[in-house]
Design a protein. Structure first.
Length: 96
């Protein structure tokens, strides 16, 4: 099955959860998790207030760090994927 995200959404194969370390200990449910994954599909972008299409800056193949907030888990052909808005991407990883 081929999936094409709408608007400014991206489809990611999750790699791993990044664990945070720090001096303050808070319960897991109150911490926002950060994930790493590979982008496998992107939407066309979103429209600004003037009706102009703002293209996506994130591309297929990018490895990204993203927030767990606002992530929708989906099962496609037996594999787990995440759909999220581009605004939830914290960084694009470059290099190996």
């Amino acid at each position: 099955m081929k999936v094409k995200p709408c608007f400014n959404n991206i489809l990611v194969i999750p790699d791993e959860k990044i664990k945070r370390k720090g001096a303050i200990i808070v319960p897991d449910q109150s911490q926002e998790a950060t994930y790493m994954g590979k982008v496998v599909a992107v939407g066309e972008g979103k429209f600004d207030n003037n009706g102009n299409l703002l293209p996506m800056k994130i591309k297929v193949g990018d490895k990204v760090l993203y927030r767990s907030y606002g992530v929708t888990k989906v099962d496609i052909d037996g594999k787990e994927y995440f759909i999220l808005e581009d605004i939830n991407v914290l960084a694009v990883l470059e290099g190996k």
